[in-house]
Design a binder for this molecule. Structure first.
Ligand code: MV4
Length: 451
């Protein structure tokens, strides 16, 4: 049965996005907020709001006990974690269950299985999802690492099993480099995650990052909602995402979707998730990681599939099937691009630019969508991530989407803080990007002056 009331354990644009979905479903919402966020749009938009602590996330948005207590006190039956904060915290998912609160996301066991990257790799390899040639589980000694590297050949990549997002990852291009890079990866992983386990993979050169959005409910409906191309990244922070990927042909798209559904079956995954793949220059793809949450870039998939991923998440968690419309076979409609408008200065190595937004005028017109919590006068806090808004455009084809993206960026007026708008204008004018040829080294090779 659909919930009467849910709590949104997040802030900013995603908190508002989840509340909008809930409202369309006739579900009341509870916001939780830090003292720093008291006067923000999602707090006002919610039916109820509960302060859960001071500005630092560790004392507010990461305080599981405070959030669960807020849900109990307000009678919220479920908690949507958004992305970041507690979204991929298995202990939080478990704490929700122990308090008879539904966690709007996968089971704690799925979060754990996918959170350990060496385990996730093994699980995928054993169910027929392509993986990069790699070590069979952890490499506990430098000799093991060396033996593996000799077998598959250099260059190799040493990855932290507790990692993800690039932390604790080191390349070794020759036997001479192996020992020092192996040790460096272990040390970095131990310091960052309290787990120094590492494994090895052959290094894929100039890959693209292509990921498949999946949905799965309790009625054996498992859906792959096409792919997103997220190759435009800076230090593992995505800046611009698009769907579909300009690099996939129909056949590869189909087999990537099949692989993603296999991954979902292998761990009996429920709710929304994303299977990330590396796509190499030959067009072969390999499992990289699974994200067990809704992602920042989910709107590009929504635009080309005409689905509301957040509403589907809430339906699934309430024990309802995925909506009939989303279950029907579909072919992707047109092309969508998302640009992350961050309060960062692209002319100074993307350094954060907190402050007061003194002017905020949104773009509009056909095919333009903005997800934001910002208003004129908003204070952008140095305590949280710098995402001000996501500008999403949709067109009949990629050329129209690019033209709309440029037009919308020109219309978007933000004053008082520096933003990534000028960066996006440059990307959209870049010939490699326009040709659809961007790989994960795009910013380094095409915009070296911004590093
Ligand atoms: C790789 C790779 C090349 N070969 N694995 C980056 C973060 C983590 N999710 C895995 N990552 C990579 N794994 C092999 N075997 C290159 C990357 C990588 C990357 C991947 C996607 C997007 C941007 C990236 C930037 C640098 C490295």
């Amino acid at each position: 049965m659909m919930f009467d009331k849910i709590l949104v354990a997040n802030r900013g644009e995603v908190a508002l996005r989840v509340m909008r979905a809930a409202r369309e479903l006739g579900v009341k919402t509870v916001a939780v907020y830090s003292t720093e966020d008291a006067d923000t749009l999602p707090v006002r938009y919610a039916d109820e709001a509960v302060c859960i602590g001071p500005a630092p996330s560790a004392q507010s948005y990461l305080q599981m006990a405070n959030i669960i207590e807020a849900a109990k006190n307000t009678g919220a039956q479920a908690i949507h974690p958004g992305y970041g904060f507690l979204a991929e915290n298995a202990d939080f998912a478990r704490a929700c269950a122990e308090n008879d609160i539904v966690f709007i996301g996968p089971a704690a066991e799925c979060i754990e299985k996918m959170g350990d990257k060496a385990t996730a790799r093994k699980t995928m390899a054993s169910c027929g999802v392509p993986t990069v040639p790699g070590s069979d589980g952890l490499c506990d000694t430098v000799d093991e690492a060396r033996a593996f590297a000799e077998r598959v050949g250099y260059p190799v990549l040493i990855k932290a099993t507790a990692g993800g997002g690039g932390k604790g990852m080191r390349e070794a291009h020759s036997p001479e480099e192996l020992e020092s890079q192996y040790k460096a990866a272990r040390t970095e992983a131990g310091a960052a995650f309290g787990d120094d386990g590492v494994y090895l993979e052959k290094l894929v050169l100039r890959p693209r990052h292509v990921e498949i959005q999946v949905l799965a409910d309790d009625f054996d409906n498992k859906i792959a909602l096409c792919e997103r191309d997220c190759s435009i990244q800076r230090r593992h922070q995505k800046l611009l995402e698009e769907a579909p990927s300009p690099a996939l042909d129909e056949e590869t798209r189909r087999s990537m979707g099949v692989a993603a559904i296999r991954a979902v079956r292998a761990v009996d995954y429920r709710n929304a998730g994303t299977i990330e793949f590396l796509l190499d220059e030959r067009g072969d793809f390999y499992f990289m990681e699974m994200n067990t949450r809704v992602q920042v870039e989910h709107p590009v998939t929504e635009m080309i599939t005409d689905t509301d991923i957040i509403k589907e998440q809430i339906r699934i968690a309430a024990g309802e099937p995925i909506s009939a419309a989303a279950r029907a076979p579909f072919s992707p409609e047109g092309h969508a691009i998302e640009m992350r408008i961050n309060a960062e200065d692209p002319d100074h190595a993307f350094r954060p630019s907190p402050g007061t937004v003194t002017r905020f005028r949104l773009p509009g017109g056909p095919g333009v969508r903005v997800e934001t919590f910002v208003e004129e006068g908003s204070k952008i806090s140095p305590y949280y991530d710098s995402l001000l808004a996501k500008l999403i455009v949709h067109g009949q084809d990629r050329a129209e989407a690019i033209a709309r993206a440029k037009r919308a960026l020109d219309e978007f007026q933000i004053e008082g803080v520096a933003t990534t708008i000028p960066f996006h204008k440059r990307v959209l004018d870049n010939e490699v990007f326009v040709a659809g040829d961007a790989t994960t080294d795009f910013i380094e090779t095409q915009m070296g002056d911004l590093l």
